[in-house]
Design a protein around this ligand. Structure first.
Ligand code: ADP
Ligand code: MG
Length: 318
C-alpha cells in the first residue's frame, strides 16, 4: 500500500449520516439530497504562506479551511450537508495528517457536515474544501437582492480578523486571554450558519465578510445596482482589543481588514421589527450599521464627515 493510501484511511473515520448512501472508499460517494431543496455548493482553497502562516499547526489549518468554506454556506442561508477535501502535501507525514484529520472531523461534526470524499496529491501544502448545503428554493441570500432603503446589518463584531493577524505577526501585544481569543478567531472563525438560516427568512441580500466590510458590501452594491450609507460609529467593534489600538485603527480594521467571517445582510424595512425582536431576545447577535441607497456609491459617515467611495474602490472626500 502506498503512503497516500495509508493517509486516506485517516479520513475514512468520518462519521456518515442518513444522507450518505455510500461514503469514502469508492470512485464516487453516493448522496441523497433532501427532497424539495436546492443544493448550495462552494469551494475554498488555502495555500501555505498565503492564507495561513508557514508551519501553522495542522489542526488549526484544518479548522480554518472548513470554517471559511462553511461561511459561504452561511452567507447563502444554507444548511451544511457534506464536504470533499483536496489535500496537496509536500510529504506524507502521518503525525501531521493525523492532527489535521482530528481537527477537521471534530469541527465537521460540530457543524453536522460530513466528509464524503477527496483527493491527495504531492506538492506545496494546499487545502481545498468543497462544501455542499441545502436551501429552500427562493430563500437563498443572493448578493443581487438588495433594494434601496433596506437596512444593513452585520452579525457579531468586526475587526477580529485583522487584529488576529496583527497579533500573529507580533504587531500588537494584548493580554493572554485576548491573544487566545484572537488566534482562535483566526484559525477557527465561527461560520454563522444559524444566523444565515434565520436571516434568509427575512433579508433581501447577504454576503460573508471575508475581505472586509467595505469590499464585501461593495459586492452586494455592484450585484444589486445600488449604493450604501454607513454610520461608522455604529459598526460593532470587538471588546477584546478595542482599547489596545486607536479608534481610527480599530475602524480601519473593521472596514477594510479581512477574515472576520461575519455576515452582512440587507433587510427590508418591513422586517426590521422582527429582526430587532430576535436581537433583543438573544436569538441572534446583529447590529444595524446603515442603509441601502439608490446612488451606486458607498458613503461612510464619521464624526460629521462623509467619505464617499465608489463601488469599484475609488475613494474621494466630500
Ligand atoms: P481514485 O483513484 O478513484 O480517484 P482515490 O484512490 O484517490 O480514488 O481515493 C479513494 C477513496 O478515498 C475515494 O472515495 C476518495 O473520495 C477518498 N479520498 C481520497 N483522498 C481523500 C481525502 N483527502 N479526504 C477524504 N477522502 C479522500
Ligand atoms: Mg476512481
Amino acid at each position: 500500500m502506498d503512503e497516500f493510501a495509508l493517509i486516506r484511511q485517516n479520513f475514512a473515520k468520518a462519521i456518515i449520516n442518513d444522507s450518505v448512501a455510500l461514503g469514502i472508499g469508492d470512485d464516487c460517494a453516493l448522496l441523497i439530497p433532501p427532497a424539495g431543496k436546492q443544493l448550495a455548493v462552494s469551494m475554498d482553497t488555502l495555500v501555505e504562506g498565503t492564507h495561513f502562516p508557514k508551519g501553522a499547526p495542522a489542526k488549526r489549518i484544518a479548522t480554518r479551511a472548513l470554517a471559511t468554506a462553511l461561511s459561504d454556506l452561511a452567507a447563502m442561508g444554507a444548511e451544511p450537508l457534506w464536504f470533499t477535501l483536496g489535500l496537496t502535501l509536500p510529504n506524507a507525514n502521518q503525525q501531521w495528517v493525523g492532527d489535521f484529520c482530528d481537527g477537521l472531523l471534530e469541527f465537521a461534526d460540530t457543524h453536522q457536515c460530513t466528509l464524503v470524499g477527496g483527493d491527495i496529491t504531492r506538492g506545496p501544502l494546499t487545502i481545498t474544501v468543497q462544501v455542499h448545503g441545502s436551501i429552500t428554493p427562493g430563500q437563498a441570500l443572493c448578493r443581487s437582492g438588495a433594494q434601496p432603503d433596506d437596512i444593513i446589518y452585520v452579525t457579531g463584531s468586526l475587526g477580529d480578523g485583522a487584529a488576529a493577524l496583527a497579533v500573529l505577526q507580533q504587531n500588537i501585544t494584548v493580554r493572554k486571554a485576548a491573544q487566545d481569543y484572537l488566534v482562535d478567531r483566526f484559525y477557527k472563525p465561527t461560520p454563522r450558519i444559524k444566523e444565515g438560516r434565520l436571516l434568509s427568512t427575512i433579508a433581501h441580500a447577504g454576503i460573508d465578510i471575508s475581505d472586509g466590510l467595505y469590499a464585501d458590501l461593495s459586492h452586494i452594491c455592484q450585484a444589486s445596482g445600488v449604493g450604501a450609507l454607513i454610520d461608522v460609529n455604529r459598526i460593532p467593534l470587538s471588546p477584546y482589543w478595542g482599547n489596545k489600538v486607536s479608534r481610527d485603527k480599530a475602524l480601519a480594521w473593521a472596514i477594510s481588514g479581512g477574515d472576520d467571517y461575519e455576515l452582512c445582510v440587507t433587510v427590508p424595512r418591513a422586517q426590521v421589527a422582527t429582526l430587532e425582536t430576535w436581537i433583543k431576545s438573544d436569538r441572534i447577535n446583529a447590529t444595524a450599521i446603515g442603509k441601502i441607497t439608490h446612488k451606486p456609491e458607498i458613503y461612510m459617515v464619521n464624526k460629521g464627515k462623509t467619505m464617499a467611495f465608489d463601488i469599484e474602490g475609488y475613494k474621494h472626500f466630500e
